[in-house]
Write a new protein. Structure first.
Length: 283
């Protein structure tokens, strides 16, 4: 299969995803009060994720990726840190289910309520599975043999990028996806840090390796500098995005706890327990 045919196939898949999601959103928003279930911001995030995936595979980025390892790493980061999180923020499960024909929709409903799938969809189980998949996918496809296979065969290259996009989508779903499926904040913080460390380690290996890890045929004119730049492109953006998400989640959690604390202290039950005539509020 040629690269041009794969590009057409990718555009077709993204178009089908957009059409299915749009149909599901239309059906959902036709119901009263459904705008609260899927706000417009999530719909915009899903659309931006599809555009980000398309930008990673076509246009200037794809052209640079053909000439250097750093360009190829830019594609990976767009999929892992751009398209994946944005698609996860789109909370696509419900809209895509509504876009299915009724028989398929009923089958999916039975599948979701089955015991194995219910266990797998628990936020903690899903988060651990997603973190493990992301780490394995990231390291596997940057080993020399799989990377060379992806560089030399368009079909393998497409599989590689599909793995990156799917792993990122799965990882961020319990973090910024539909609220009913989100991981509690302490678990989310652990998941973010736990997935950042292996990625940082891989970026450090590529950055500080004394000689090229890959054959010079897949690297730029200056092989070692190209590999070091690729390592930095993995290392720095991954750490910045994860640290920003971790800090944001932690601060929002603190604000929620702070808002709940006065309500708990000044509740009727608490006031009833205070001594008569006491004007103090117990901290």
């Amino acid at each position: 299969m040629t690269a041009g045919l794969l590009a057409m196939l990718l555009a077709t898949v993204l178009a089908l995803l957009a059409a299915g999601y749009g149909r599901g959103v239309h059906e959902l928003w036709a119901r009263r009060g459904a705008g609260r279930i899927l706000p417009a911001g999530r719909v915009a995030a899903f659309g931006a994720g599809l555009l980000c995936a398309l930008a990673a595979e076509q246009g200037p980025v794809a052209g640079v990726a053909e000439r250097s390892f750093a360009g190829h790493m830019t594609q990976h980061m767009l999929l892992l840190l751009g398209a994946g999180p944005l698609l996860a923020a789109g909370a696509a499960g419900l809209p895509l289910t509504l876009a299915c024909p009724p028989p398929l929709r009923r089958w999916l409903a039975r599948l979701r309520t089955s015991e194995p799938v219910r266990w797998l969809r628990r936020p903690t189980v899903l988060a651990l599975t997603a973190g493990g998949i992301q780490t394995v996918v990231l390291w596997f496809w940057h080993l020399p043999v799989p990377y060379l296979a992806a560089e030399g065969e368009p079909v393998v290259h497409a599989v590689e990028h599909t793995c990156f996009l799917g792993a990122a989508w799965l990882l961020w779903a319990p973090l910024i996806g539909a609220p009913r499926h989100r991981l509690p904040v302490p678990g989310a913080l652990l998941l973010l840090i736990g997935t950042m460390l292996p990625a940082s380690a891989l970026g450090a290996v590529l950055t500080f390796a004394p000689q090229p890890v890959y054959p010079t045929s897949v690297l730029g004119p200056d092989p070692l500098a190209d590999q070091q730049l690729a390592g930095l492109l993995m290392w720095a953006p991954m750490d910045l995005v994860v640290l920003a998400a971790t800090l944001t989640a932690f601060l929002r959690w603190l604000l929620v706890l702070q808002r709940r604390r006065p309500e708990r202290v000044t509740s009727p039950e608490t006031r009833r327990d205070l001594p008569a005539g006491s004007g103090r509020v117990v901290p």
